[in-house]
Design a protein around this ligand. Structure first.
Ligand code: ITT
Ligand code: NA
Length: 183
């Protein structure tokens, strides 16, 4: 069955397709589900997936991905507001803000929410890294300023990023659970 990935973000779709290749086809659907105001990515994603599944019609399952960058020295900012901060302040200026701190540790978190006729399941993934001046042309969003093991995520191939990223980890849990549903 095709999984309908409800997102406007093509980078997320590229990563999900790369990971789920040979497991399940992924179709991108642009539908503006309600992003509830919450500190919990789980709640935001699960609510979005339930709403999208109910509103879009058809039996095909939906997937929603709610992600954020959490900077340790900034008390977890921008966290659930990462998309808004990227659009307003921008990645370069967030880096400048973080560069004034001695502690440059940050983590990416994502929650994938899957909904079908039987209900909703969430899968979380996180990765810790270090913020650096922007480098690299790949990836998307905050990838150029997020370094893991000497490389920014924008310097990695999709496959290499998936092997270590928050989204790759959530996709791994999802794929394992999904395979178990067939047995
Ligand atoms: P949706 O349509 O799926 O909501 P979005 O880009 O608005 O797409 P989010 O609401 O989850 O996604 O916002 C997450 C923010 O974090 C946004 O600014 C993304 O660019 C960024 N982000 C998410 N995953 C990322 C990743 O793997 N690498 C770099 N930045 C990422
Ligand atoms: Na969004």
């Amino acid at each position: 069955m095709t999984v309908r990935f409800v997102t406007g973000n093509e980078g997320k779709v590229r990563e999900a397709r790369d990971y789920l290749e040979g497991i399940e086809p992924v179709e991108q659907i642009e539908y503006d589900y309600t992003e509830i105001q919450s500190d919990s990515l789980e709640e935001i994603a699960a609510h979005g997936a339930r709403e999208a599944y109910a509103e879009l019609g058809s039996d095909e399952p939906v997937l929603v991905d709610d992600a954020g960058l959490f900077v340790d020295a900034l008390g977890g900012f921008p966290g659930p507001y990462s998309a808004y901060v990227e659009d307003t302040v921008g990645v370069e200026r967030l880096w400048r803000l973080a560069s004034e701190e001695e502690n440059r540790r940050a983590r990416f978190r994502t929650v994938l929410a899957y909904a079908d006729e039987t209900g909703t399941e969430t899968f979380a993934g996180a990765v810790a890294g270090t913020l650096v001046a922007p480098r690299g042309e790949g990836g998307f969003g905050y990838d150029p300023i997020f370094e893991y093991n000497g490389q920014t995520m924008a310097e990695m191939s999709t496959e290499a990023k998936n092997a270590i990223s928050h989204r790759g980890r959530a996709l791994a849990d999802f794929a394992e659970w999904y395979a178990g549903c067939d047995e």
